[in-house]
Design a protein around this ligand. Structure first.
Ligand SMILES: NC(=O)c1ccc[n+]([C@@H]2O[C@H](COP(=O)([O-])OP(=O)(O)OC[C@H]3O[C@@H](n4cnc5c(N)ncnc54)[C@H](O)[C@@H]3O)[C@@H](O)[C@H]2O)c1
Length: 411
């Protein structure tokens, strides 16, 4: 039997709202805090802004009083548990930017008048809980708080794995803190894995995403090599994937997007520099993954011809299928590269109504060609009256689209 608790979740985005849902299902009372007025007003009206979290969860929570949402931290003073899930992006110089996390912790600290369990779910480098979060709180609050970390692994849009069935790693600044966090997560997670320190948990998260980033870099480079040799990389990867052990498939694409995969390895890299080290794998993968938009535009020119003056519709600007998240989307450098080659570019995305100050254009006539970067399940090209449709990888649902990376015979 899980003890009912009052839980404050700071940040109501992809991660925070998933934790809000989990804590509600465990029977806790949740206070969702966010600095975004539109997020708060949407949640107050019972609407979820995150794919995979139904309106009904939010609506029932609000109506029953189990969920309160606010842009004020004041109610933190009454809670037992605080979960922090705010962005940890890169700044304009491409370095880790902890300012949203620091700001959230400072806002939180002044309301911590009694001891709490404070859990960080925001991804950051090892040492963040011990050297950044705790000292900031200690400045304002002289209570004996318990500090734990459980780096989030949520994969937005993934229908097979969610908060409940994705194993969760938990570390703490003390055994007592770790065990308290384990008890909290056991209320809505099937498997909780204790580790010996906060730094182990923080590092595990960075390694998971760096592993992905590096392997995507490897397969992107391999795709370039295969293409130059005239060998269909898609078929090669399918053949390699028949090995039942010791191989994990990764897929070449126009780049790496999202809030995590292209960002988290930089957190590792920058922290390593403080120890006089550098990750050559991160540096090399960054270089390869960043050059993919230019490479795919060149492949398009090889297949189609000169783009000067051509009207191009880029389809799918979120960073992956079936989610509307455009953070770090490779569509942005891809479009810049198309424009640099003289193309006039508009974009369409059934899940993104506006992006970078522009609205999604309808699928219609008047274009010379289209390039589909992301094919959402609800994508319809029925209105298309333009020229050829290219895509990055072969898509069995659309056999007529011309693949730019997985060269011919890739069916
Ligand atoms: N999105 C993912 O798939 C994913 C997966 C695993 C881990 N993470 C990590 O989780 C963390 C949160 O990411 P996310 O995707 O949920 O971000 P998000 O942008 O979807 O949500 C963050 C929310 O925090 C709010 N916020 C920002 N500053 C705040 C503050 N000072 N006080 C209160 N609210 C504040 C924002 O308004 C936003 O609604 C990041 O560290 C990220 O790397 C994300």
């Amino acid at each position: 039997m899980i003890k009912q608790m009052r839980v404050a979740v700071i940040g109501q985005g992809y991660v925070g709202l998933a934790i809000t849902e989990g804590a509600l299902t465990a029977g806790h009372h949740v206070i969702g805090i966010d600095i975004s007025a539109s997020v708060i007003s949407g949640l107050k009206s019972g609407k979820s802004h995150i794919e995979g979290i139904p309106d009904s969860v939010i609506g029932q929570g609000i109506n029953s009083g189990a969920l309160q949402v606010s842009d004020s931290y004041a109610q933190v003073s009454d809670v037992d548990v605080v979960v922090i899930a705010v962005p940890t992006p890169l700044n304009t110089a491409g370095s880790p930017d902890l300012s949203p996390l620091v700001s959230a912790v400072k806002s939180l600290a002044e309301f911590l008048k009694t001891p709490k369990l404070i859990i960080n779910e925001s991804t950051s480098y090892p040492g963040t809980l011990r050297e950044v979060i705790k000292p900031l709180i200690d400045k304002c609050s002289n209570q004996a708080h318990l500090y734990a970390i459980s780096p989030e692994r949520v994969d937005p849009g993934n229908r097979d794995y969610g908060v409940r069935n994705t194993p969760r790693v938990v570390g703490g600044l003390s055994d007592q803190a770790r065990d308290a966090a384990i008890a909290f997560y056991k209320g809505f997670c099937d498997e909780v894995i204790p580790v010996s320190s906060a730094e182990v948990a923080e590092s595990a998260k960075l390694f998971e995403n760096t592993f992905r980033f590096v392997n995507i870099g490897l397969v992107n480079e391999f795709a370039e090599i295969m293409s130059a040799m005239g060998i269909p990389v898609g078929e090669v990867l399918r053949a390699a994937g028949t090995k039942p052990y010791g191989f994990m498939p990764f897929h070449p694409n126009v780049g790496v997007g999202g809030h995590c995969i292209p960002v988290d390895p930089i957190y590792l890299q920058e922290r390593a520099k403080e120890f006089g080290l550098t990750s050559k794998y991160v540096s090399l993968s960054t270089e390869i993954n960043h050059r993919m938009p230019r490479y795919v535009v060149q492949r398009l020119i090889d297949e189609y011809g000169d783009l000067e003056g051509k009207r191009v519709l880029v389809v799918g600007v979120s960073f992956k299928a079936d989610i509307s998240d455009t953070r770090e989307s490779p569509a942005e450098p891809f479009i810049e590269n198309l424009k640099a080659r003289g193309a006039e570019v508009l974009w369409h995305d059934p899940l993104v109504s506006s992006w970078k100050g522009e609205s999604s254009s309808p699928v219609s006539g008047g274009y010379d060609l289209a390039v589909v970067l992301v094919a959402h399940s609800n994508l319809s090209m029925n209105g298309w009256r333009g020229g050829p449709i290219f895509t990055t990888n072969f898509n069995p649902k659309y056999p007529d689209w011309i693949p730019l990376i997985s060269v011919q015979q890739n069916k």
